[in-house]
Ligand binder design. Sequence first.
Ligand SMILES: Cc1cc2nc3c(=O)[nH]c(=O)nc-3n(C[C@H](O)[C@H](O)[C@H](O)COP(=O)(O)OP(=O)(O)OC[C@H]3O[C@@H](n4cnc5c(N)ncnc54)[C@H](O)[C@@H]3O)c2cc1C
Length: 555
Amino acid sequence: MSDAYATHEVFNQSPPFEDVNLFASDPALMEAVSREGGGHAAKRLTAFGGICGSAEALQCARLANENPPRLRPFDSKGRRLDVVEFHPAYHECMEISVKEGLHCSAWGHLAKPGAQPLPGANVARSAGTYMAIQMEAGHQCPITMTNAAVPALLVEPELAKWWVPKILAREYDQAFKPAAAKRGVTLGMGMTEKQGGTDVRANTTSAQPAGSGGPGAEYLITGHKWFMSAPMCDAFLVLAQAPGGISCFLMPRFLPDGTVNALCFQRLKEKLGNRSNASSEVEFQAAHAWLVGEEGRGVATIIEMVTCTRLDCAVGSAGLMRLTLANAIHHCRHRSVFQRHLVDQPLMAQVLADLALDVEAATALSFRLARSFDRVADTHAAAWRRLMTPVTKYWVCKMGPALAYEAMECLGGNGYVEEGLAARLYRELPLNAIWEGSGNVMALDLLRVLQREPETVEIVMDDLSQAVSGDAHLERHLARVQGLLHVPRLLDRRGRDLAEALALLAAGTILRAHAPTAVADAFIATRLSGAPRQTYGQGLDWADTRAIVDRALPI
Ligand SMILES: Cc1cc2nc3c(=O)[nH]c(=O)nc-3n(C[C@H](O)[C@H](O)[C@H](O)COP(=O)(O)OP(=O)(O)OC[C@H]3O[C@@H](n4cnc5c(N)ncnc54)[C@H](O)[C@@H]3O)c2cc1C
């Protein structure tokens, strides 16, 4: 064998970031889970953190992204097939997440009639999601949608009676066959059409009653969806125009008689990232579907699903941000430049610490939001859920892409090549901001709460007012938020100002109360003091950057 490639030793390159326990190595996550009510799940999450961070799982993630799904619209003889084939590594990722119950564990109590929701179920599930998305992001799409479909399905008890037990099964069954013959199922959603995604009331897809119509009845759906992800799901919640207006339907891939429903996939999107996941364009050719809720109440019915997916967007982005940061710190601890490790160089230490502050804030905000999903019976939690879902989704998902870029730069040239993790994370991160309500849509939703539910705003603002006391920066920032709230004339132009200001205020109060002083002081001084900053790594010359970085990824 030629030893032409054996002439030099590879040194000063970081080892692969793998075989890392994604729970045990993340103090901010562990503390958030315990603080927000998911502490009972710590043992299970530690085991799951080991699985998600294993070299084997990360290898599956790489393969699933390097071998994207393929649409097979027809068989070799021209008959319609409408199936999407995934690489086995994608199915491995699905197995891992379904076995952990990430597609259903928030609803585990539904298995026993009359049972109450399990305390901390959303927080524990969110911690699993936070880690599973670090393992691989694309497969989380059907996992999230399945979990989120449950509250919408519950609107139609007869449909729920059949589908929810199937959803609660923690078995991944990739077979393309009727749901009745499957061990477990996944659900997707189809709202977006060519002429409008945000404005779903502009949907042109039509629904005609197959019989007398009405809640739970069968309809025939004709039209299209411009984005319908995870097309191998067993059923989809879709919006279409019924005689009574825009309505929500459950559309299965197979009909009760075992024949394939008329969902004709046109093509799969070629996406910037999220490559392991298939996102289809689809035509419904008189496809059969069952009405969920009343005709004309489609948006109200599906909004519960959308709200749950928004929580996952925030949690998922926080998880991806955490991985980009951990990967950057890991590299900088091993890479020397000018005879000194990067992590020890003052400028790099400031950059890494600065990134860590946003990750800590994103994690704190996301898990605080998850707690509010667990405690909706409590007025304060319900108010937090309503007001802070758009705020948290807005801020966390918007922070991700810029953070991923800066983290990529920490790796130098290694950050920019496809084989490394950083490039995939960079391509993935904008997505959570775009789908399930893009930035402006979140800001508009926030304004809707201000206009229609002033008591909700009052409850959250009272809670935040109490939490700022004693901190001059937080008190000044609170006054700024109140100033924004009290200029109703200009509110429609200030949705983004307000979303960001509220997110920072909430994050500042949580960190002040619960994070180490080094983290809280640095976050509040740099994000809430009004000092100008447009890029990372500024304003922390006084801060204990070593303590911040070591907390972010303990040695
Ligand atoms: C990879 C991927 C997968 C997807 N999967 C699915 C899926 O499974 N099911 C599904 O239904 N959809 C899916 N979508 C679609 C996604 O939800 C929509 O793209 C998104 O909701 C935005 O809708 P739109 O593309 O029609 O943009 P538009 O509605 O045209 O919005 C464009 C921009 O205008 C902004 N905007 C909208 N209204 C206002 C306003 N009043 N004032 C100011 N700004 C405004 C928005 O924030 C956005 O930034 C997917 C999208 C992607 C990228």
